[in-house]
Design a protein around this ligand. Structure first.
Ligand code: NDP
Length: 240
């Protein structure tokens, strides 16, 4: 039986690696994205994975987008909540808009995507909800009160929902990556990046594929007894 997986923010960075790894593992994969049409087109050309454009920050768009995916590929059994943004600023300079945008995408986006899929997963007695949180949701990060709050919220969401899904065959887990070599991290000034690497005991940034392999495991039948958990993948930078 071929299962269908939907990856938000699945056309670039960590999400692209997740989409590709799930396809290789035998899933039908749909990759959502927000606005970068060129990257999405290139991704589809290179991988054959179809992309779907909507913002996870908007509930109605998520419901409509999920319907389009399910019309094409059948019921979504694996949801990977990967889409995320940063709007960094020290708190005294953080604007309400910076706060709202990050919470809307990184935390409410997880609700907006999971909620429309939840009843279907309950009825079919199978589901996997995997959310990409962050090391900075575990330890907090200077100039990221918005991002750290949202990513910590994702972990609370995961632990609560795991309890509700357990009897229905739905597992709900999170992954907290440390610093991974994607556009998000490569966009920070080189000096800052060097100082980040100096704090990582393994002495390098992580690879997107290293997170993707954790997702493939959590999605698999082998991980059926794991729920409410967080996989921490950060090169030894922070222990929980
Ligand atoms: P990128 O910036 O490389 O890619 C982000 C992806 O999310 C893009 O596909 C983007 O779409 C999509 N996206 C952004 N906003 C929305 C939205 N509102 N609706 C739908 N899709 C959206 O990010 P990364 O690959 O670096 O990060 C992926 C996840 O991993 C994020 O949740 C991030 O917080 C988390 N993370 C990343 C770390 C890192 O070191 N890179 C470390 C820890 C956690 P589009 O292409 O259209 O812009």
């Amino acid at each position: 039986m071929t299962r269908t997986a939907l990856v938000t923010g699945g056309s670039r960075g960590i999400g692209a690696a997740i989409s590709i790894a799930l396809k290789k593992a035998g899933y039908n994969v749909a990759a959502n994205y927000a606005g970068n049409d060129e990257a999405a087109r290139k991704f589809t050309d290179e991988t054959g994975i179809k992309t779907y454009k909507w913002s996870v920050a908007d509930y109605e768009s998520c419901a409509a987008g999920i319907k389009a995916v399910e019309d094409d590929l059948g019921p979504v059994e694996v949801l990977v909540n990967n889409a995320g943004i940063t709007r960094d600023a020290p708190f005294h300079k953080m604007t309400p808009q910076q706060w709202r945008e990050v919470l809307d995408t990184n935390l409410s986006g997880v609700f907006n995507m999971t909620h429309p899929l939840w009843n279907g997963m309950r009825e079919r007695k199978f589901g996997r909800v995997i959310t990409i949180s962050s090391i900075n949701g575990q330890k907090g990060q200077f100039a990221q009160a918005n991002y750290s709050a949202a990513k910590a919220g994702d972990l609370g969401f995961t632990k609560a929902l795991a309890q509700e899904g357990a009897r229905a065959g739905i597992t709900v887990n999170a992954i907290c990556p440390g610093y991974i070599a994607t556009d998000m991290v490569m966009a920070v000034p080189e000096k800052v990046r060097e100082s980040i690497i100096a704090q990582i005991p393994v002495g390098r940034l992580g690879e997107a594929d290293e997170i993707a392999r954790c997702v493939v495991f959590l999605a698999s039948d082998d991980a059926g007894f794991i729920t409410g958990s967080t996989i921490t993948a950060n090169g030894g930078q922070y222990f929980t």
